[in-house]
Design a protein around this ligand. Structure first.
Ligand SMILES: Cc1cc2nc3c(=O)[nH]c(=O)nc-3n(C[C@H](O)[C@H](O)[C@H](O)COP(=O)(O)OP(=O)(O)OC[C@H]3O[C@@H](n4cnc5c(N)ncnc54)[C@H](O)[C@@H]3O)c2cc1C
Length: 483
């Protein structure tokens, strides 16, 4: 193998796969090395509980699979079955009323009653210009925005929702809870600009193309990328962990889908000391603890709308979510935490045997916390779906301290591969308009530790590969569509 190939990608997560496809499509002979026995990283699906029950090990819902410029060019929606529900997400509240984020913004606003008009005004301009918004949020923050108008609309709204001014827009508690539940996809204190910005972008996708669930699980996304890579001459080697850049010297171009601490360790003897210390200063974020359930039937939600909603946020009102997130920030475990829950079986019958169901949920915990949070999460579900415990056939728990088994990039449960703060969105992982380039010629970092950050969008890997093609071969971005 050594010496025969032009480029190597280390790590077959969504970003590594996107980089590998891009390099192979440009005509390079590319190897893809993955330490696990299967490709996919955070986009993987396994029988974690019982035979016939297919659980996503990481990502479960994929707004960015439809929105990302990489996946749009790759035509992912023609390669796999991405099913878009009518309801992007739901959020039950203690007083019995649920927030229901219908994909149709007008319908969602109507269901919000007195706060409907304010909710519509928040999202309508962003939904109308979702392509431009995605271009802005998908670029390093240091770029001159190509669409300053949409950046202003978005920036003003993020400033409002990311500051104490977030109280001013709404009169009731349902719309604020919908917004906080979405902002809490990012771990951190509320209100904060980074959380509010990410939440507004996700909310915009919820009312634009929607939040799709891949039929068959997130593994199908990884498999579609791998199939295209191999069709263009790429070679995948699993079960191979790279520990040092010196193992890759025979390749002209290297793209790494690894964390900043892994890159610092792999290149400690070759990388300039200043760069290594910048990588080491890049802070890990708090973690997630996850549970996967095999169920004898669908979740018995009291609210019938929630029975057909794949994604559900639990955790109470905006104030309650802010309070529990604050506790996690202080390294405590809240009694009533925020829970992000996905019940894919409501839209995908392939996940479980007929009549049965799977459930995926996680909650935020301090970095590397070894505690199994299944019972606390079940308490939260039980409040809105009495009888859930009677349906459990089998369960699997992944505490934060075991997330390195899913991917070394998620060590400690930090599924963002680096805390998502405003500072760390500007320097991800360094302050540069091309943060994927390292100081070593031919070596690029393309994981979600680089801009634009976490989620299954393939953009970090794509940008890293395009930067490499430009630097090393004077090539532009290759065509990615179906041949
Ligand atoms: C519980 C959980 C829920 C999530 N939910 C969602 C969601 O619903 N929607 C969404 O869009 N995103 C979600 N995410 C985030 C998403 O999964 C990640 O942002 C995404 O997977 C990052 O992709 P990546 O390629 O950068 O890294 P990873 O997916 O971590 O892939 C990195 C790959 O590189 C391999 N690797 C690392 N180091 C080495 C090495 N030295 N040698 C060889 N191989 C190596 C790893 O084994 C892995 O396969 C979730 C993540 C988790 C953990």
């Amino acid at each position: 193998m050594v010496g025969e190939r032009d480029a190597v990608v280390v790590g077959a997560g969504p970003n590594g796969l996107a980089a590998a496809v891009t390099l192979a499509r440009a005509g390079l002979r590319v190897d893809l090395l993955e330490q696990a026995d299967r490709i996919g990283g955070g986009a993987g699906t396994r029988e974690l509980t019982l035979p016939g029950f297919h659980h996503d090990v990481g990502s479960a819902v994929h707004p960015m699979a439809l929105a990302s410029p990489f996946f749009r060019q790759f035509q992912i929606e023609r390669r796999i079955d991405l099913r878009v529900p009518d309801i992007s997400f739901g959020h039950p509240l203690p007083h019995g009323r649920s927030g229901i984020a219908y994909r149709d913004l007008d319908r969602a606003a109507e269901a919000l009653g007195r706060d409907g008009a304010a909710y519509r005004r928040l999202f309508a301009p962003l939904v109308r210009r979702v392509r431009e918004l995605t271009a802005f949020t998908g670029e390093p923050l240091l770029q001159l925005p190509s669409h300053p108008g949409v950046m202003l609309e978005y920036g003003l709204r993020a400033l409002e929702q990311g500051s104490p001014a977030w109280r001013l827009r709404f009169k009731e508690d349902v719309a604020p809870a919908l917004l906080s539940g979405t902002a809490a996809h990012t771990i951190g204190s509320h209100p904060r600009l980074a959380m509010a910005g990410a939440g507004l972008a996700l909310g915009t996708h919820a009312h634009a193309a929607g939040w799709p669930v891949p039929i068959g699980g997130s593994q199908t996304i990884a498999d579609a990328l791998a199939a295209d890579f191999e069709a263009h001459g790429g070679r995948i080697v699993t079960g191979t962990r790279v520990r040092s850049l010196s193992e890759l010297e025979s390749y002209d171009t290297v793209v790494l889908d690894v964390s900043t601490s892994a890159l610092a360790a792999m290149g400690a003897d070759r990388l300039p000391a200043r760069y290594v210390s910048a990588l080491r200063r890049f802070r890990r974020g708090n973690g997630v603890a996850k549970m996967d359930l095999a169920l004898a039937g669908p979740v018995p939600w009291t609210d019938p709308e929630l029975r057909r909603t794949p994604t559900i946020h639990l955790g109470g009102t905006r104030e309650q979510i802010a309070a529990s997130e604050r506790q996690v920030g202080r390294s405590r475990l809240p009694d009533r935490p925020y829970v992000l829950l996905v019940q894919p079986s409501v839209i995908d019958p392939t996940r479980a045997p007929a009549g049965k169901a799977t459930l995926w949920a996680y909650t935020h915990v301090p970095y590397d916390c070894p505690v199994d949070r299944t019972e606390v999460m079940l308490d939260m579900v039980q409040e809105y779906a009495p009888g859930i415990r009677d349906l459990i056939l089998a369960r699997s728990a992944t505490p934060a301290s075991r997330f390195a088994d899913v991917s070394p990039n998620f060590a400690g449960g930090d599924f963002a591969t680096g805390a998502v703060t405003m500072t760390q969105m500007i320097k991800r992982p360094i302050v540069s308009r091309t943060p994927w380039r390292t100081p070593l010629a031919g070596i690029y970092l393309g994981s979600s530790a680089t801009s634009p950050g976490p989620a299954v969008h393939g953009l970090s890997g794509w940008y890293a590969a395009c930067t490499a093609l430009h630097d090393r071969y004077g090539l532009g971005a290759p065509e990615l569509g179906i041949d």
